[in-house]
Design a protein around this ligand. Structure first.
Ligand code: C5P
Length: 218
């Protein structure tokens, strides 16, 4: 049974690394596990899958086209090039900021004061895809929250112009762990899923994606 046969799914996963100088970077605790699990489940369901991945330590799932990137700007470029897609699932924990001034040489310890790190905002890849003329028919964002999870996710769904938001509470050890407790927020309904493995979340989400694409495409 290949419910996603003939469909192209674009998935982002992992953290991004934002270079400070040739040897240092800013990053976050994303492992990439949830995004890779979704890519694997989508490929197993017969989809053509493009997985744009930040720096992670994970094997490429069978049947998945993987594009490795480091920074948010590289990820934005790779995502644009991968469109069109029938569905995009943006799971990556993209860094909100990057160092404003990349230093070509390793920053030296200078006797007294540590250097100040000035930051600048990264492109919002999800919002960019939402506004793109090639916007996928089904656009799904993730929202990692540590408080007011569902309420913040509802707001995010609207403000980002996406169809579904999968919200997870990352106040525990979700980042890097194998389990996930998510809330799936749609225009008319919000479902609280029980505590599941990331593979189970992926399988269920892929099934719901297939059903939704079936509705849209017939
Ligand atoms: O606003 P927030 O970062 O919580 O939104 C999370 C969602 O937006 C995730 O789907 C994430 O992949 C996406 N995102 C993005 N580019 C950014 C920031 C977030 O694609 N610069």
């Amino acid at each position: 049974h290949r419910p996603l046969h003939g469909k192209h799914l674009l998935i982002t996963a992992g953290p991004t690394h934002e270079a400070i100088d040739p040897v240092r970077y800013l990053a976050n605790r994303s492992s990439g596990k949830q995004g890779f699990a979704i890519a694997a489940a989508a490929a197993a369901a017969g989809a053509r899958v493009t997985l744009v991945s930040g720096p992670v330590n994970l094997p490429t799932p069978p049947g998945v086209d993987r594009i490795d990137v480091e920074s948010a700007e590289e990820m934005a470029r790779a995502v644009k090039e991968a469109l069109p897609a029938d569905c995009a699932v943006m799971v990556a924990a993209v860094a909100d900021w990057r160092p404003r001034d990349y230093q070509q040489e390793k920053i030296k310890k200078r006797g007294s004061a540590p250097p100040a790190l000035m930051l600048t905002e990264n492109p919002d890849i999800l919002a960019m895809v939402a506004a793109n003329s090639k916007r996928p028919d089904l656009l799904i964002g993730f929202a990692a929250e540590t408080e007011n999870v569902v309420e913040n996710a509802r707001k995010k769904r609207k403000s980002k112009g996406v169809d579904w938001i999968v919200a997870n509470d990352v106040s525990g050890d979700v980042m890097g762990g194998d389990r996930n407790k998510v809330h799936v927020i749609r225009e008319r309904k919000a479902d609280d899923w029980e505590d599941l493995t990331k593979d189970q979340v992926a399988a269920r989400l892929v099934q719901e994606i297939a059903e939704q694409l079936e509705k849209v495409h017939g």
